[in-house]
Design a protein around this ligand. Structure first.
Ligand code: SF4
Length: 226
């Protein structure tokens, strides 16, 4: 067996990940039922990005690999985790460490990530990015391009590709491309949250406008979901 490239970090369990938000269960950001980690910070500025609050590298909540590993390993009935953002490959070493730590306890844990960069560029992007790629089963790559928005499974515009990195999700990927989906939920404290890829452009702006017309203001601060 070939050893996986190792990310560069100190104490793995204490490695910090800047997190915008987490979600225990989601069915619209990858195959099956998945947990989601939205990381904080993205160097790109795609016009029409639906995750504007995750773009600054400042903010977010610093979570240790140990903390996130415990959370993921205690979730029942999930297939794996989706890493979104923000730009997961801006925190590639820490996320690779997270996947290693989770798989030591749950070896069959699936992993998928989004990136605004193309797969080919990530492969040339240095050892940390390569280390994260080597631990993923599926990558959704490329920037969001509003002019190419489509109602697509798990992605927003048709330039974005579903790149299988293992054969784990071969059956899902062989199925016809279904439409995009959004899950909206109201937390016990009254917080409205949503996850997924809107089937039409401008979803975020329309949602905010309609809520504002009813006297509600959408929270834009990064927040934890659990
Ligand atoms: S890469 Fe993703 S998070 Fe970053 S600006 Fe583009 S759509 Fe937004």
């Amino acid at each position: 067996m070939t050893a996986l490239p190792q990310p560069r970090h100190g104490s793995r369990e204490e490695t910090l990940i800047s997190v915008a938000r987490t979600l225990d269960r989601c069915t619209v950001l990858g195959p099956g039922v998945r947990a989601v980690v939205w990381v904080q910070g993205c160097p790109l500025r795609c016009h029409g990005c639906v995750a504007a609050e995750t773009l600054p590298f400042e903010g977010g909540t610093s979570r240790t690999v140990a903390d996130l590993t415990d959370w993921l390993c205690h979730l029942d009935g999930i297939e794996g985790v989706t890493l979104s953002g923000g730009e997961p490959f801006s925190q590639a070493a820490a996320l690779a460490a997270l996947l290693d730590a989770v798989r030591e306890r749950r070896p069959d844990f699936g992993a998928m990530a989004y990136s605004g960069f193309r797969h080919e560029a990530l492969r040339r992007g240095g050892p940390d990015r390569l280390a994260l790629l080597e631990r993923l089963d599926l990558l959704v790559d490329g920037p969001y391009v509003a002019a190419r928005h489509g109602s697509l499974r798990w992605r927003g515009s048709d330039n974005q590709r579903l790149v299988p990195l293992t054969d784990r999700y071969a059956r899902s990927l062989a199925e016809p491309d279904s439409t995009a989906g959004v899950e909206v939920s109201v937390e016990p404290d009254g917080t409205l949250s949503w996850a997924g890829v809107p089937p039409t452009p401008g979803f975020r702006r329309r949602l905010e406008d309609r809520l504002a017309a009813r006297g509600f203001v959408l929270h834009t601060e990064a927040r934890r979901e659990r």
